[in-house]
Design a protein around this ligand. Sequence first.
Ligand SMILES: C[S@@+](CC[C@H](N)C(=O)[O-])C[C@H]1O[C@@H](n2cnc3c(N)ncnc32)[C@H](O)[C@@H]1O
Length: 478
Amino acid sequence: MTVVPSGGPGGPPPPAGCEVRAADPPKGFGLFACASCPAYTDMFTEEPLFAMQHSGNRRVVAACARCCGFVHSVPLQLEVIFGESRFAPLLAALGDLPARWQETAGEGSAVVVRCKQGCGEIYCSEACRDLHFQHSHNLLCVGPLTEDHPLLRFKYHALEHADTLLLAAQVFAFLINKAKAAGGGEQVMKGLMQELLCFCHAPFREACRPPPGRSKDAEFYAHADGLVQEAAALLRAALEPYAPVEVGALFAAGPNFFAEVLGLFEYNNIDLEVNSPLGQLLENRAKALAQHISNPQAVAELKQLEALLREKEWVMRCIWGEETTGIFGDEVDVAQGTVDAQPMDSVMQAAEQGNDAEVASAAMAQARAEVAQLSLEQLLQGPWPAMHGTALFASVARMNHSCAPNMKVVFPGNSARLTATAVLNISPGHELCICYVNQEADVQTRRRRLLEYGFTCSCSRCLSEDSTTLRKAQKRLK
Ligand SMILES: C[S@@+](CC[C@H](N)C(=O)[O-])C[C@H]1O[C@@H](n2cnc3c(N)ncnc32)[C@H](O)[C@@H]1O
């Protein structure tokens, strides 16, 4: 099978004030400043090349399939969070309050735009829906398809094994659309593939992490290869009828290009985290109601709001865990450049680990008792589920790691648009680095986590912490 070449310069132009060039070996390429930027100021903002909400997170957040922002509908957001039938009485008792909360907050009426072909994708606006369709959804919409269609089988396969297979499908559909728009043909597609390959470092089997406690043995490699081959075959079958020549180029080396794209996501993607607007909106409403405490209607509404918050708090403690955040325990600190991306508490998870229904119900009862003790003020401070996803950004894909970084990246708005902020003074020529792992962790932990990115860190902080650790060990031995 032909080996697909990968890694190298190229790709979209970097943000203004930055350049991509060779970094100190063995780091490969890096992103460098061409202009000064004082500490704690924003250096650039950027839209993702590809982004998606984690499939588990869809159970708690209604996010726009294109921009990943919360869709503007308090009623829908609550319906999603309280989707289980046991919450039907709670939602029924609220009646039209959620819609009124949205309107009284000055947010206007609810806006939920759905895919025209009925696949279930939702959007925050018609503009997002149309852009998503042109980008890749035209080839990936399952609305009009029958159950045995390879695209549907591909999607089930992805949901069972890895979300990033869905993101890889997005990349393939996007490349086909882009190739067609540029006149189509094998050569055009090969050129586009090469642009993406310059970001790639390793195929999926090399870049992926084994589950906790599992080594990368022959069985693991066979499993990873099988997973990729099956996904690639289904995706090829799904896309080939639309663009046989272009799809032929994408799969000319069998599943190799597909495997490189999946490997790219393992090393270069960053975790998306967009905060929920619901907490602030409901806190404002509670404060407004509290000012009319002599009005029985206001008191009744405040009680309903409190009941909702109590139920949400219980659900947060009981049901939502890593599946919905997409951030798993052993990879908590792998949220590149972002801090505090912690998974939510989940007593269900503790119970599931014990595989015991009795443990589960005892844990849920305990959570219920704890939540019953919380005051309204405490309930108002409780978190709402955030949108969690994963995305590829052209500039971040060029940012190397440092354990003492000069940059951090955050998602300050209601979308996957990233802001890169300097955390130290930056001068022209400085390499811009983020921390891929938990910056607070000790040197051994950081090193272990960074091995998942395929390198051993030897930045000045690691070297100095290494020598301190060594000195302490030598002292103990004396
Ligand atoms: C997001 S990419 C960064 C850009 C990459 N250097 C390039 O040439 O495109 C992440 C990869 O860069 C390399 N890398 C990043 N930081 C590094 C460091 N501090 N030391 C060695 N390699 C590093 C690793 O191969 C890692 O998987």
